[in-house]
Design a protein around this ligand. Sequence first.
Ligand SMILES: Cc1ncc(C[n+]2csc(CCOP(=O)(O)OP(=O)(O)O)c2C)c(N)n1
Ligand SMILES: [Mg+2]
Length: 1035
Amino acid sequence: MLNLRTCAAKLRPLTASQTVKTISQHRPAAPRTFQQLRCYSAPVAAEPFLSGTSSNYVEEMYYAWLENPKSVHKSWDIFFRNANAGAAPGTAYQSPPPLTTSLSTLSQAQSLVQAQPNVDKLVEDHLAVQSLIRAYQIRGHHVAQLDPLGILDADLDSSLPADIITSTDKLDLAVFKERLRVLTVGGFYGLDESDLDKVFHLPTTTFIGGNESALPLREIIRRLEMAYCQHIGVEFMFINDLEQCQWIRQKFETPGIMQFTNEEKRTLLARLVRSTRFEEFLHRKWSSEKRFGLEGCEVLIPALKTIIDKSSEKGVDYVIMGMPHRGRLNVLANVIRKELEQIFCQFDSKLEAADEGSGDVKYHLGMYHRRINRVTDRNITLSLVANPSHLEAADPVVQGKTKAEQFYCGDTEGKKVMSILLHGDAAFAGQGIVYETFHLSDLPSYTTHGTVHVVVNNQIGFTTDPRMARSSPYPTDVARVVNAPIFHVNADDPEAVVYVCNVAAEWRSTFHKDVVVDLVCYRRNGHNEMDEPMFTQPLMYKQIRKQKPVLQKYAELLISQGVVNQPEYEEEIAKYDKICEEAHARSKDEKILHIKHWLDSPWPGFFTLDGQPRSMTCPSTGLNEEDLTHIGQVASSVPVEDFTIHGGLSRILKTRGEMVKNRTVDWALAEYMAFGSLLKEGIHIRLSGQDVERGTFSHRHHVLHDQNVDKRICIPMNHLWPNQAPYTVCNSSLSEYGVLGFELGFAMASPNALVLWEAQFGDFHNTAQCIIDQFICPGQAKWVRQNGIVLLLPHGMEGMGPEHSSARPERFLQMCNDDPDVFPKLDDFDVRQLYECNWIVVNCSTPANFFHVLRRQILLPFRKPLIIFTPKSLLRHPEARSSFDDMLPGTHFLRVIPDSGPAAQNPEQVKRVLFCTGKVYYDLTRERKARQMEADVAITRVEQLSPFPFDLLQREAQKYPAAELVWCQEEHKNQGYYDYVKPRLRTTINRAKPVWYAGREPAAAPATGNKKTHLTELQRLLDMAFNLDAFKDLA
Ligand SMILES: Cc1ncc(C[n+]2csc(CCOP(=O)(O)OP(=O)(O)O)c2C)c(N)n1
Ligand SMILES: [Mg+2]
């Protein structure tokens, strides 16, 4: 087309012979002769209208005509023929004959056209019509009748777009005239009332013609209004891809495309019956219980079922869903098909909980169900992810789980597993996590190959009006950033809703990209059933009171169409009411509430049938020398041919190689050993986070880049063993909330994977706090769902300023569920204590211990989240090395590393025990050595902070009977570990002695921004730690 344009543009100034030459140079071989071209080019080029903006249109027409004279409207055919025959400029035009007999107004049109010899005007009019068509495609949704209440504008703007001629579907002449006048005066189209019955050729960018290539303007407008201004508002013209735009245009413009069979209408009615009667049933039985009913958007149930049916038809067999409170019970009952009695017994507050943990309210629980899809007769698994009350927080979790399910079944294109995310209008517009999640949608290691988003747009958020809740026209505008088409639909038109949902599912299966269905509806009751909406929305609710329920409206419509009759309709209702009543009767037999029944991700085979761990032991996490050496060698080499790595990296790998020869590991190698060994055992590993491939501190280098070939990479970890599990390492987008949520979801899918998220610096986890507080910390307690995700949080005071220093250990420790005041009555702290905690928090001081704790994470017979404060300066610290000896079979993770020097040889003489964790250990040992106090002061490292190693620390304390006990940390007193450790240490010694503090003073910021102050503070804390008189006066 570009070539065509160029050459047609050149027609004007060129002579005939020049034109032939130009075209023969540029045009691809076409099955037409140059003879024709030669004859026509000069006269056509001489036409006066072939100047300015009209030339594009004419050239398209002209080349279409050259290809096939029948492909253009007759008027153009005649025009080009006349020009060919040598008609003088301005005289080639003749009015066309009627197009088809089906166009009733054609004879009138013909006479109008004949009456207008001005070709200039003809071309301009065609251009105007093209613009008009485009205006509908772009802005028709602003005019669509989307609000079932008819009081609000879904786009928060009551004005009409200036370039659309609209009188809704009536084409009322007076309204039309007025619009036309405004538009003409405004200079938009230059059309006129008399143009209404003229016939215009349709451009290829519209499908309103169906089989016809030209239509009278009146009909064009009518069809555009039918396509774009009824109950569906299609927002798609921002999409950058022509094929995708054409696909959508075809789906909405093709005349008569929205047809439903009677069977389909009956199914739709039956689904509406279920949706509506379910809420009514709950209301009848538990009128004062919160359930966040769906009234006002009952159509959500048929909408979701349509998306699932269509996706199933296209080959999907696993749908993972995330949704907020609104209509959740209805979705569980009627989409996922959770047994009704299980739902009903959640309303019985007298039932005792069978499972440990807090449990959760009924509208947060998840679900997993496999069944036959009745429409497609194919198996389908539906899972609804449990979520906290924090709106939209589950979005990335659902995506992560979906990605994992796709990954584990080899579904690389998302053809088998898909996600559906539901949103409320206020939350979708207001919550930033929505944006973060959208930005994961097309990244190679995070894409789920298209999500169908459904917004329950009831035009209110609790009590807040949309005008106060968002600055964008629609609540869905955030989806535009990823070029997702958005289908707004009036939820009181169930057929329009179902149509749109079918298109959305087809879109996903065709393009594997996100799509949004915006169900513009209302909320019949208050925010919940106890809430009074009239306080704040009196007018809206007056209107709502008058609003006929959608089921009633649709039933009346189908009855009037003769699709069903009244008794059939009533029977459908009675049938479903009976199902509910019977389930209710059965629910009374339930004695105990099982949250286990609400698990969204069962791990078959991992637990016993009762859901218990298969053992309460953990094997040694050590590894044989051969494997350690092999992994070390791969880690220090480039396992593919002809691959040039950066010179600096060669040196790093060489150093690694030397370490392996010396049977030692640093931090990066220890991580390599842990990962590599688990891969051998079939454990998939996924490490995700910002810049994790190289490592923020340039220590990891898990992805090598060929310095000579763009984008050629090598991941040595995937070259370790012949049948190893795959290793995924992926740099993430610059998001914490979204990415951590995603990885948490990924870790949910299988217990046989080690999923790690690394923060760039530990403090950045605070923007993911919701995932930590709402999912990771209490997930098992609320939803009996275990999760073995690992958080790697670089932490340490290195004089780098208040940011980048602290991963905020105090926050994680404050949320640990072990009792500070009770010495646990356990015969096995190693495993049982881990089983009972809500998460594990460690700060390792040696690479070997880091290696063990990573391996233990998988070798444990259950899964717990693991928080690791990882070092920065220790990555290269010459003393922070471990020998292979500490990693061999029989070795294991050390919860506490006792002192093994002179102090430990003569414990009675020891005057002080310094308990510490992490990197400060190296500062303390250096200082102790400098002060020659190795016999006076013992240094005990607490490697596992939580669950607290009461048993081992008790032993340590007892070993040094004469010693003072001091907790030493580099963090400020109100931060770090002190508040957590102190009461627990006191419990280990029966509160027989004080536990003193050596460390920085309390402070608001995590660290000073001044390097000198940093060093002064460090020296002060070291002085305190080794000044044996420091606490004398305080005792
Ligand atoms: C992150 C977050 N902030 C605030 C709330 C409190 N809250 C619960 S529902 C709600 C209104 C939600 O409105 P909308 O998203 O439109 O859903 P609707 O209830 O209308 O279906 C609010 C503010 C919450 N649950 N989560
Ligand atoms: Mg809302």
